[in-house]
Write a protein that binds this ligand. Structure first.
Ligand code: AMP
Length: 115
């Protein structure tokens, strides 16, 4: 745990949040500033700064993040309408919180390419 990391504090319960999913490795909660009717963040409990700093040792949790995203999408009822999963990495990727997370966005058509 990185004591200065907001997502570590959420994952540990130090900052209260409503979890849409929690298990030993992963938690999911709503984005503070939602960009779509459904905007969920899925994060590893372990403090991993970004996708760029993940290693082969993180292969299982990386897969788990995506499986949990698909399970939540199913529960939210957006599997058929579709949704987007995004991992922003580094400055050009638009990453603003430096704890690896997958965005799950759904509930409206999303433009492509992104800005
Ligand atoms: P990114 O820009 O990809 O690093 O995404 C970080 C996301 O975290 C943004 O969409 C923020 O709105 C969201 N965020 C920041 N702080 C919180 C928080 N305390 N609870 C929930 N979401 C947050």
């Amino acid at each position: 745990m990185d004591t200065s990391c907001i997502f570590c504090k959420i994952a540990s319960g130090a900052i209260p949040a409503t979890f849409l999913h929690e298990d030993d490795a992963v938690v999911a909660f709503g984005d503070l500033n939602p960009q779509a009717p459904h905007h969920v963040l899925i994060i590893p409990r372990e403090h991993v700064v970004s996708l760029a700093s993940a290693t082969d040792g993180h292969t299982e949790v990386l897969g788990r993040l995506l499986r949990v995203a698909a399970e939540i999408a199913e529960r939210l009822g957006v599997t058929d309408s579709g949704y987007r999963t995004v991992i922003n990495t580094g400055p050009d990727g638009g990453q603003s919180v430096f704890h690896l997370h997958v965005h799950l966005l759904g509930g409206r058509p999303l433009a492509w390419p992104p800005g």
